[in-house]
Design a protein around this ligand. Sequence first.
Ligand code: HAS
Ligand code: CU
Length: 553
Amino acid sequence: MTAPGKIDRKDARLSLVHIGIGYFAVFLGTLCGVLQGLVRSGGFELPPWLNYYQILTAHGVLLALVFTTYFIYGFFFSGMSRTMGTLSNAVRRFSWLGFSVMTLGTILATIMIVMNEASVMYTFYVPLKAHPLFYIGLALFIVGTWISGFALLAHYFGWKKKHKGEITPLFGFMTTITIIMWIIACLGVVSTVLFQIIPWSLGWVDTINVELSRSLFWYFGHPLVYFWLLPAYMAWYVIVPKIIGGKVFSDSLARLSFILFLLFSIPVGFHHQLVEPGISTFWKFLQTCLTFMVVFPSLMTAFSMFATFELAGRAKGATGLFGWFKKLPFHDVRFLALFLAMLFFIPGGAGGLVNASFQMDEVVHNTLWIVGHFHITVGTPVVMTFFGITYWLIPYLTNRKLTAGMNKFGKIQIIVWAVGMFFMSTSQHILGLFGAPRRTAFTTYGDHPDALRWFEGLLVNQVTMAVGGVLLFISAMMMIGAVIYLWAGAPQSDEEEFPIAETAEDALQTPKIFENWWIWIGTAFVLIAIAYTIPLWEIIQMAPPGSQPFRTW
Ligand code: HAS
Ligand code: CU
């Protein structure tokens, strides 16, 4: 029998293996990242056997796809076991199957990148063509996540069956929303990979409808960012209140924000394609409006965080308008990491509003501004939250202790990450406004005066960006060190908890309709049908001649 608050050793192992692979991807992916930064500064050349677009592809795939997905599943397995009971043997077997298929796909895709057969970036836009095994690896990766996803859904609905009429635990509800959104979103990328790209890359068909492929990719690509963000929000909603000695401000607001993500995160992909031909402006405009709808659950989250902080502070006797701020436990790395993550998301999210505005996107699209945007959305709110979770989750899973020394080390590691990201992302945003493009190695375009400006600005230039990159690499290596120490070196203890907050007594009763999955999944599909049916039909009907494959490296 598992002690209260602890999880079954077999569930712990399933979670740990996922987190371990995730951090191995961090090691490789950040190594590529620092090399990219040094190349762009003009002060460093890659060895002839390594090309810039190869390491850029590895950086994006390993960090944005592999690290995030493995970590998220490791977090889900442990949280679902902790809050909804030990996983059944069947659920665990299915999860190991999903893990095996995911990992086979990851290995295949990574080998193709290492062999320089897939320098197509993490968005693998056609008509750039990688080796067919790269795409087959990606397809296996997605199928593996589906198998594990369905296993987690089985665990959630199994709990519901045993607890008829009860409101489900918040962690489980949020995991289920995220998995359902992920499964629906992946339909886009699986369609283009299976029915367009793989046959085309194998030479079974000569040409490919580029606009259709990109549109199916971005049908998946924007909800992909919420697949990363929602687990971070889960930690902000469910775990932070416990760490700060407070309660969940409103269970229903938390659930409603996740339902809004399920409804509005998919029919918005065209906001990545605003400058692309082949999509009529009406549909771009409609999806831009829906994009502004999907901002609301984030603003609700911001409000909820402030309310949680203030209520916790006041309960401790805070007075004055901002007295509650001083009561926050900044000394605790488990909170500091998540608080800094939230702070970074303010400009990160605001930048997203710029990107989503037609005219402004014309200025920033395909510039370093976008790279700056996603380093303070994925690279900090998400990654720094995952780092913060790691400081207690690994000791919890390995029955070890987050020592005071490691807490101190962790605060330094998190602050180095924050400083590095501040320098790198600020430079990227401003260089992007100066016109510096993304996805290019070092170049001054024949010493063009505009390009030279990217190296001369006072604080903001491509060298500052590289300095930020080096700080991020140092912080990432510190994090890897912390993971190894917490996994195998920290003192044995079973004190470490998986912090799960209770809901505030005076919070409104959560409406039962929130658990009516048919309504929410049905509405999500209706919105998707409205936003995508006609434009995809037009893209197919009025397709220009397809494109041959290109290999530019
Ligand atoms: Fe984005 C491009 C629009 C959010 C990631 N985005 C990207 C790319 C990535 C990415 C990876 O409309 C590049 C893809 C590529 O390779 O081409 N993005 C948005 C919008 C949002 C948004 C409207 N993005 C994210 C998140 C990401 C992410 C989240 C990852 C996790 N993005 C775009 C657009 C593009 C784009 C266009 C395409 C641009 C182009 O031309 O290519 C929204 O979700 C943002 C809403 C959020 C806010 C901020 C809310 C603030 C919160 C924290 C509050 C702080 C607290 C702390 C409570 C409005 C929740 C307490 C503070 C105290 C002081 C006490
Ligand atoms: Cu997007």
